[in-house]
Design a protein around this ligand. Structure first.
Ligand SMILES: [Zn+2]
Length: 529
C-alpha cells in the first residue's frame, strides 16, 4: 500500500516535471496575446530606440523574463547598454546628376532614397564620377570580382541589387535563385566602403530586393543607427538607392537599358566601367550619441551552465513616423510583437514544466534590429556566454497568426545540421520542413540570428508560413504576400484580436522541444554546414 502510493506519487511528479507527451499543452495562447497586445499598443508608441517607448518596452520585457523565472543575464541586470550613434539625414534641395552634360534633378526620397551614415553635420559631394560595377561583388569564394581594374577613390559606385544567380536562373552561378550574402545591400555598402568609394547607389528592383521601393524610401528618412565604435567601421560618405525609374532615366541618357545591363553584369568576365555622369548632393545630418538597450534573461544550466542556447526576438520597431491612412504609429504587432510573445512563451514553458536544462538558455531581445541588426551584432561582440560556447541561435521575426500550418519554413535551411533536428520535431506535429521559397530575398541575412551565424553559431529562423492546414497553400501564400505588401513596416501593422494563434502555438511547441533537446548534455549538437 505504502509502496504503491510512493510509486504513484513519483509518477505524478515525473509527469509534472518532464514527460509532457505533447508540449502544445504547455502553451498559453492567452499569455501570447497579452504580450503582443501590450507591446504593440499605442502606449509603447512604436518601440523606437532612444524614446520613451524604449524605456517602456525594455522594462516590460524584463518583468516578463522575471515572471518566467529567467534571471538577469548581464551581471545582475536584464539590460545591456549598446552605445549607438543615431544619424538622421535630410537632403538639401534636389539631388543632381550631370549626364553627358545634361542635368537630371531627382527628388529625395521619392526618386532617390539617400542618406549619410557619417557622424558629420554636413556631407556634400560635388560632381562625383559614377562608376558602374555590376553587382558590386568581390568574392574569392565564388571567384567573382566586379571591381577588377577600377579605382573608386572619390567616386560614386552604382550597382545592381541581389546577385547574378537570381537573374540568370543558373544554379551554378552563386546559389542560383537563392540569395547569397553578396546579394544583400548591407554587403554592398560594406564592400563599397572597403573599396574606398565616396558613395554607393543601388539600383532598386522589387524581386531582387524582396520589397518595393517604399522600403528603402521609408528607411532613408527615418533615423539610421550604428554601433558607436568611434569610426572603427568604415562607411561611405553617402549611401542610397535609385528607384528603377530614376536609374532608367540616367542610364537611358547614356544609351544603356537597365535589363540588358543586368544581363551583361550577370555574365562571368563582366568588367566595371566609368560613366560620363556625375553626382552632386548636399546632406545635413542631425547626430545623437546615446545608448540603447538589449534585454536578456538566463536560465542557468544545471551541469554545463557555461554553454548556452540563445533565443532571439528583437524588441524595436519604427516609432512614430510618416502617417499612412491617418495612422502615424508604427506599432509593429507582427514585427515583432507576436515573436516576442513566442520567445517569452518558450521560457514560460520551461517554468511550467519544471524541466531544468543541463546547458543554459538565454532569451535575448536585441535592440535596433530594424536599423541593421545593431543590438544582436553588439551582443555577439559582447556576449554573456562566448560565441564558441553558444551552441545554437533560434531566432524568429514577423509571425503572422493565421491558424495552423503544415509547413515549417526554415530560413537558413542548408546552413547547419539544425535542419535534421527540426525535421524530426516537426514530424511529431505531422509537419514538413520547407526551405524558404523566397530565399532570393535573403531573409537569412536580415534578422538577429545572422550576427551569430557570422561567428560560427548554427542559427535558424523557423515558422509555419506557406501551407495552411485549413485553407491550403495558395491562400497561405496570398495572405503572406498581402502582409508584406500592405502591412510590413507600415502603421497598419497593428494587433488584431481576430488572429488565430493556434499555428504560432505549434511553432512555440516545436521551438520548446528543439531547445529541450539542445540543452541536454547528451542531446543533439548542431554543426555548421
Ligand atoms: Zn523584424
Amino acid at each position: 500500500m505504502k509502496r504503491g502510493i510512493i510509486i504513484l506519487f513519483s509518477l505524478i511528479l515525473l509527469n509534472s516535471c518532464d514527460n509532457y507527451t505533447n508540449s502544445l499543452d504547455l502553451v498559453s495562447i492567452e499569455d501570447m496575446k497579452r504580450v503582443t497586445k501590450d507591446l504593440s499598443s499605442d502606449h509603447f508608441s512604436g518601440r523606437m530606440p532612444f524614446t520613451e517607448g524604449e524605456q517602456l518596452s525594455v522594462k516590460y520585457l524584463a518583468s516578463e523574463l522575471k515572471s518566467i523565472g529567467f534571471e538577469p543575464a548581464f551581471d545582475g541586470s536584464y539590460f545591456q547598454d549598446v552605445p549607438m550613434l543615431m544619424v538622421t539625414s535630410s537632403v538639401n534641395g534636389d539631388v543632381h546628376f550631370n549626364v553627358k552634360g545634361k542635368k537630371i534633378a531627382l527628388k529625395a526620397p521619392d526618386q532617390i532614397a539617400i542618406n549619410s551614415p557619417q557622424a558629420m553635420e554636413r556631407v556634400a559631394l560635388n560632381s562625383s564620377k559614377l562608376v558602374f560595377a555590376g553587382f558590386g561583388i568581390d568574392s574569392e569564394e565564388w571567384d567573382w570580382n566586379d571591381y577588377d581594374g577600377v579605382d573608386l577613390k572619390g567616386k560614386t559606385l552604382v550597382v545592381m541589387i541581389n546577385d547574378p544567380g537570381l537573374y540568370t536562373n543558373d544554379p551554378s552561378l552563386f546559389k542560383g535563385r537563392e540569395m547569397t550574402y553578396y546579394g544583400r545591400w548591407t554587403y554592398k555598402y560594406e564592400e563599397a566602403a572597403r573599396k574606398g568609394a565616396d558613395a554607393i547607389l543601388i539600383i532598386h528592383e522589387t524581386e531582387g530586393a524582396g520589397y518595393d521601393f517604399n522600403v528603402p524610401r521609408g528607411s532613408s528618412i527615418t533615423p539610421r543607427f550604428f554601433i558607436d565604435d568611434n569610426g572603427l567601421t568604415k562607411r561611405c560618405l553617402v549611401n542610397g538607392w535609385l528607384s528603377l525609374e530614376s536609374a532608367t532615366k540616367i542610364f537611358g541618357e547614356l544609351g544603356y537599358n537597365i535589363d540588358s545591363l543586368r544581363r551583361h553584369s550577370s555574365k562571368r568576365g563582366f568588367k566595371p566601367f566609368e560613366l560620363d555622369a556625375y553626382f552632386t548632393v548636399d546632406i545635413s545630418n542631425s547626430i545623437v550619441r546615446d545608448s540603447s538597450i538589449n534585454v536578456a534573461g538566463i536560465l542557468n544550466g544545471e551541469t554545463k551552465p557555461e554553454e548556452a542556447v540563445v533565443i532571439t526576438a528583437h524588441w524595436d520597431h519604427f516609432g512614430i513616423g510618416e502617417p499612412q491612412n491617418g495612422d502615424s504609429i508604427y506599432n509593429g504587432a507582427v514585427d515583432n510583437g507576436t515573436t516576442m510573445a513566442w520567445a517569452t512563451e518558450i521560457g514560460r514553458m520551461f517554468k511550467k514544466s519544471g524541466v531544468r536544462p543541463d546547458r543554459s538558455i538565454i532569451i535575448l531581445f536585441p535592440t535596433a534590429e530594424e536599423q541593421g541588426l545593431i543590438g544582436s551584432d553588439y551582443y555577439a561582440q559582447n556576449p554573456v556566454i562566448p560565441m564558441s560556447n553558444t551552441i545554437a541561435c533560434l531566432n524568429n521575426d514577423m509571425m503572422v497568426p493565421r491558424g495552423t500550418m503544415n509547413d515549417l519554413t526554415m530560413i537558413g535551411f542548408g546552413y547547419s545540421t539544425l535542419d535534421s533536428l527540426y525535421e524530426s520535431v516537426a514530424a511529431s506535429q505531422g509537419r514538413y520542413l520547407l526551405p524558404d521559397p523566397n530565399s532570393h530575398t535573403g531573409l537569412f541575412f536580415r534578422s538577429d540570428h545572422f550576427p551569430f551565424y557570422k561567428r560560427g553559431v548554427p542559427s535558424i529562423w523557423a515558422y509555419g508560413c506557406y501551407d495552411s492546414r485549413e485553407f491550403g497553400k495558395e491562400w497561405a501564400k496570398e495572405s503572406w504576400d498581402d502582409f508584406i505588401a500592405n502591412v510590413y513596416h507600415r502603421p497598419a501593422d497593428n494587433y488584431n484580436p481576430e488572429w488565430d494563434w493556434r499555428g504560432v502555438a505549434e511553432d512555440v511547441a516545436i521551438a520548446y522541444d528543439v531547445v529541450k533537446e539542445l540543452v541536454k548534455i547528451d542531446g543533439f549538437r548542431p554543426k555548421m554546414k
